[in-house]
Design a binder for this molecule. Structure first.
Ligand SMILES: Cc1cc2nc3c(=O)[nH]c(=O)nc-3n(C[C@H](O)[C@H](O)[C@H](O)COP(=O)(O)OP(=O)(O)OC[C@H]3O[C@@H](n4cnc5c(N)ncnc54)[C@H](O)[C@@H]3O)c2cc1C
Length: 507
């Protein structure tokens, strides 16, 4: 019996379940054909970050090569779309059956379930093994209206997987150390750069191809890991060089450095080159070996076992329907400067510039600069989502929708986060060095040089006062309105209206 295994581009797992299943079913590796497809239509769905396309296609080609070295017959097809490639493969190899692993994204899964009909072949879609929620769902059979917050979810996962647990209690006696993790970056600290991987012949070939595809940014300077061994080296470097400071400066932002002490591992995790539990266990071990403090290790573990799994779980509950959510009725189109980086707001110029150039900004810049601005300015959630989806090297629908629509824009009505993440220039100044050299005045709410974050923040509070007041976690923010008299309110409203009316032209 001849079996084809179709491996999706973001499922480059060292232990892919469909490979083992196919070999068992076919009786020998020689009877298994492995197919990887590079679809031109998929790569052109949005104007994607070119570095993301290079990462994806190069990692797929290296993965295909590695499987070939393990004795598999591998076919790597570049085709107009997935259907054409699969049909072409079947017409050439005549497999008796096709095995594949469920896609992480809803559209991919729907497509997989049409395959038997399209190919006129028995097709088995195996359960996805890329997430820990595949091994343990802490809250099964929950009605959609029932909300579970990340903290509840995270504690249940820590208990189940026995991570940083001492008996029934969390290591160190607390579930989180956020109070230690909100420091700005001191001027004397220079975070080390993440490792750089020189493109080999395969990557250079991909770079030349991707340079011809319409998209964002440039292939020049591509230096990401494209194999599991390189991704493991990137992780080892993080453990040794950055994990000890990860917690303390997790929320810090600076124009001096893009990654600070962050891991830059999401691109590899999301492709399957690294798996969540191996990172969690290694970080835990670093704590017990005295190589990193608990506030750093717990913070890192929470990002993966808490936030990442929680986001995948939320996507599993609400799916692609999240893209239509718009709880704050935001209708404004995306300003042009999101595509050019040309704005006088220093913080946004840096963050957008980095996103367009490298496809990466760290979490707080995504949340407290980019989506904070989008929420305060009333930008349409689906447009914001598409921008993130296009610009970032780690973007996939399953992680983007709950992060952008849920956490970033609160457009899901609070299903993901208990409060909208909104802040004025005060927060940005406290956590970064952006405001010092900005042409806008971080202390002003109105007037020609007032920081737009302030104008929009106070305008948002005024516009949604009643609704925000009802949220106990935002009481403090709304209380600030006491200091704004009628004339002040009027000025904020006027300036916000004029800024927003001209947003597409505003810089
Ligand atoms: C508006 C917005 C958009 C985002 N879009 C994406 C995206 O497209 N792809 C993506 O992987 N993450 C996304 N995130 C989550 C998070 O910002 C990135 O995972 C993180 O910045 C990746 O950088 P890092 O690897 O250096 O992370 P670190 O700060 O080093 O964290 C370690 C790991 O934890 C995981 N993680 C942390 N927070 C989250 C989270 N909220 N959701 C999922 N995983 C998390 C990531 O895998 C990350 O590699 C988004 C967050 C926001 C607010």
């Amino acid at each position: 019996m001849l079996i084809t295994v179709w491996i999706l581009g973001d499922q480059l797992l060292a232990q892919h379940p469909a490979l083992a299943a196919a070999e068992k079913l076919a009786g020998s590796r020689a009877q298994v054909r492995v197919l990887l497809v590079q679809s031109a239509a998929r790569a052109r769905k949005l104007p994607y970050q070119r570095k993301k396309l290079v990462l994806l296609f190069s990692a797929m080609r290296h993965y295909a090569q590695a499987l070939g070295q393990q004795g598999y017959h591998v076919e790597y097809l570049i085709a107009p779309n997935f259907t054409v490639a699969l049909q072409e493969h079947c017409a050439t190899h005549f497999p008796d059956q096709l095995l594949t692993m469920a896609a992480a994204d809803e559209n991919g899964r729907l497509f997989q379930h049409t395959l038997a009909q399209r190919l006129n072949l028995p097709v088995t879609v195996l359960p996805n093994t890329q997430f820990l929620i595949g091994q343990h769902n802490p809250f099964p059979n929950l009605p959609p209206v029932k909300r579970v917050v990340q903290e509840q979810f995270y504690r249940a996962m820590r208990r189940h997987f026995g991570v940083l647990m001492e008996g029934a209690e969390p290591a160190g006696g607390a579930w989180n150390y956020d109070r230690l993790n909100r420091q700005p970056l001191p001027a004397h600290l220079n975070p080390p750069d993440p490792p750089s991987f020189a493109p080999d012949a395969i990557t250079q070939e991909v770079m030349a191809e991707v340079a011809q595809i319409p998209g964002l940014g440039s292939v020049a300077g591509f230096d990401l890991a494209v194999t599991r061994a390189q991704a493991q080296a990137a992780f080892a470097d993080f453990l040794a060089q950055r994990l000890p400071n990860f917690g303390t400066y997790e929320d810090a932002m600076t124009q001096r450095h893009a990654t600070l002490y962050h891991s830059l591992l999401s691109p590899y995790l999301n492709l399957g080159l690294l798996e969540p539990l191996e990172l969690i266990r290694a970080a835990e071990q670093a704590y017990y070996a005295g190589q990193a403090p608990l506030n750093a290790v717990e913070g890192f573990v929470r990002q993966i076992l808490g936030w990442r799994e929680y986001m995948a779980w939320q996507y599993g509950r609400f799916g692609a329907a999240m893209k239509k959510m718009n709880a704050w009725g935001a209708e404004r189109p995306l300003p042009e400067f999101f595509w050019t980086g040309e704005t006088e707001m220093n913080c946004l110029r840096h963050a957008i510039g980095r996103a367009l150039q490298s496809g990466y900004t760290h979490h707080i810049e995504r949340l407290m600069l980019l989506s904070n601005f989008a929420l305060l300015a009333g930008l349409h959630p689906a447009a914001v989502n598409d921008w993130f989806q296009a610009a970032y090297i780690d973007a996939y629908e399953w992680v983007m929708l709950p992060n952008v629509i849920g956490m970033g824009l609160n457009a899901d009505g609070g299903l993901t986060a208990t409060k909208p993440y909104i802040a004025s220039a005060n927060y940005i100044h406290k956590m970064s060095d952006y405001c010092g050299s900005c042409r806008f005045n971080r202390k002003k709410r109105h007037g020609a040089d007032a920081c737009p974050f302030n104008t929009l923040y106070w305008n948002f509070l005024l516009t949604h006062e009643a609704r925000l007041r009802a949220n106990p976690r935002l009481g403090q923010n709304v209380l600030g309105l006491r200091h704004l008299d009628d004339a002040g309110r009027q000025l904020v409203r006027q300036q916000a209206a004029s800024f927003l009316a001209h947003l597409s032209r505003n810089r």
